[in-house]
Design a protein around this ligand. Structure first.
Ligand SMILES: [Zn+2]
Ligand SMILES: [Zn+2]
Length: 199
């Protein structure tokens, strides 16, 4: 005996899937690529200029109100990428701030400017998103310091002075970042910087 289906299996979902829990806020600038994973990291984001707005969607649609903050969220991998992006934006100054130091060692500048970690992000994740642990440097010196750990440590000691020891202890301590907190703090700092630049 053969069993036959009476209804055809449709190839495509007729309606977009209705999710019961909020999805990751990640979107490419064009909005073309969205992430459909559930939110694992959430934070509340203050809007730059709170004011009276008319709600277009949601339960308050059509009403006029004041928005001071909104809850945002991302999946774990996009939250990590967003934290790294914000940290790098705050750390980079547009030039290699390490040039004077590394030229004195006979190393030339090379490559684009990136955010360089003082204590490495892989080995010391507990200070990975600290702004004091970031330097604006060329990618050439970033790669060079990975091998020349003693020279780099000398530079950190000379630059941080009496703060070096305390920071070293923070790097060695075990701590897990709350990425929502990291994103909220760094994005607030970034909008402060942008406001100062605009003024
Ligand atoms: Zn995502
Ligand atoms: Zn350089």
């Amino acid at each position: 005996m053969t069993i036959q289906r009476k209804t055809r299996i449709s190839r495509k979902r007729a309606k977009p899937r209705a999710y019961k829990t909020p999805r990751c806020d990640f979107a490419t600038p064009t909005g073309r690529h969205l992430c459909r994973k559930p939110q694992k990291v959430t934070w509340s984001e203050a809007l730059p200029k709170p004011g009276e707005i008319r709600f277009l969607t949601g339960p308050l649609a059509g009403q006029v109100g004041t928005v001071v903050s909104e809850v945002r969220g991302m999946c774990a991998s996009h939250a990590k990428a967003e934290s790294a992006r914000l940290w790098s934006l705050l750390v980079r100054t547009g030039r290699c701030d390490l040039a004077d130091w590394h030229r004195s060692l006979g190393v030339k500048c090379g490559g684009p400017i990136c955010g360089c970690h003082g204590f490495g992000k892989g080995a010391y994740p507990s200070v990975r998103y600290e702004l004091w642990n970031g330097f604006s440097g060329c990618s050439g010196i970033n790669a060079w310091t990975e091998d020349h750990t003693l020279e780099w440590d000398d530079y950190l000691r000379a630059t941080w002075g009496p703060l070096y020891e305390e920071r070293r202890q923070l790097a060695l301590a075990v701590r897990k970042y709350d990425l929502g907190e990291v994103i909220a703090t760094l994005s607030t700092q970034l909008s402060d910087v942008k406001q100062k630049e605009a003024a």
